[in-house]
Design a protein around this ligand. Structure first.
Ligand code: NAP
Length: 274
């Protein structure tokens, strides 16, 4: 049995679907019962509750550990996961980290670095996956891009990011979970080289057959438009936007290509698939 945590989020859903499509036994850890997890065993619990971890691990051999996005207690949840995994004698613990966790300026990356260190010293056979920015992050503004022709982001047009298709991440996760040769590896998962946001707008223009312009949203406007975020989420995202603006987030698709044994999806493939 493979336990997938954070299974109700966009990453977890993609990973669970890929594992189920391979007829692998999966337990999806959800915060609340959802429909749409056919073929998976469902566990409903709180990732911050130690007792829930012990129950969730029963009969489990492998874990795909996803921490909820921008969670203020990411290191605590990591510690609970690893303690429970050690007690349950888990054979393979795969940690869904992030590209460049070494960046102190981005708290959610830095927390993942600290969890990676806990993984190293846990004594549990592990693999760490470090995905780049998902192409799917464009989807919340997809209809605005198509209807109004604006790609709106709170960093400059020159900002260079590598992107990855979540479907490729899920496929890589399933491959790694099914193959012991990946034990001990830390693997960067990027699907594209670094693309400026003006290049992203150009690709959208070409593939959607309509002009798409990049618009830099001021941080003041962004805060106003996202007033429902917690203080931690807001401040962490503002730190991320500042880091992106200064340095970008640059990966390389070679490693993902080797895992998938094919060229990863590029942004053009992704736009065409929507
Ligand atoms: N987005 C990217 O580009 C990107 C790139 C690389 C890595 N990542 C990493 O990928 C990870 C997953 O991100 P995501 O956006 O897929 O996650 P997400 O959408 O935030 O999903 C997290 C899920 O966990 C659930 N959850 C939250 N708190 C919980 C708790 N205490 N107990 C049990 N379940 C809880 C949520 O439940 P509810 O639905 O009830 O809220 C949600 O279903 C994050 O660690 C993120 O840093 C993201």
């Amino acid at each position: 049995m493979i336990l997938v945590t954070g299974a109700g989020g966009k990453t977890g859903r993609a990973v669970v679907a890929n594992l189920v499509s391979r007829n692998l036994p999966v337990r999806a850890w959800l915060r609340q019962p959802f429909i749409g997890f056919d073929g998976a065993d469902i566990f409903v619990g709180d990732l911050e509750n130690e007792a829930d971890w012990a129950i969730a691990m029963q009969g489990v051999e492998k874990v795909y550990f996803i921490c909820p996005n921008l969670h203020p207690n990411e290191t605590l949840i990591g510690k609970l996961a690893l303690t429970a995994a050690r007690r349950a004698k888990i054979k393979h613990f795969v940690y869904h980290s992030v590209l460049h966790p070494q960046t102190h300026e981005m708290p959610h990356h830095w927390n993942k670095l600290r969890v990676e260190e806990m993984v190293f010293v846990s004594g549990i056979p592990f693999t760490i996956l470090q995905p780049a920015t998902y192409m799917q992050n464009l989807l919340p503004q997809w209809s605005a891009i198509k209807q109004r022709g604006f790609l709106r982001l709170p960093y400059p047009a020159r900002t260079k990011l590598s992107f990855v298709d979540l479907q490729d991440v899920a496929e890589a996760a399933a491959i790694v979970l099914s193959d012991e040769t990946y034990v001990g590896a830390t693997l960067e998962l990027a699907g594209t080289s670094a693309l400026s946001q003006s290049r992203v707008a150009e690709l959208l223009t070409a593939e959607l057959n309509r002009p798409v312009f990049f618009e830099e949203v001021s941080l003041v406007d962004w805060v106003e438009e996202n007033s429902k975020l917690s203080v931690y989420e807001r401040d962490t995202l503002l730190a991320m936007f500042g880091y992106y603006a200064n340095y970008g987030l640059v990966g390389n698709p070679a490693v993902l290509g080797m895992i998938l044994d094919r060229t990863p999806h590029d942004l053009t493939d992704f736009i065409q698939s929507q």
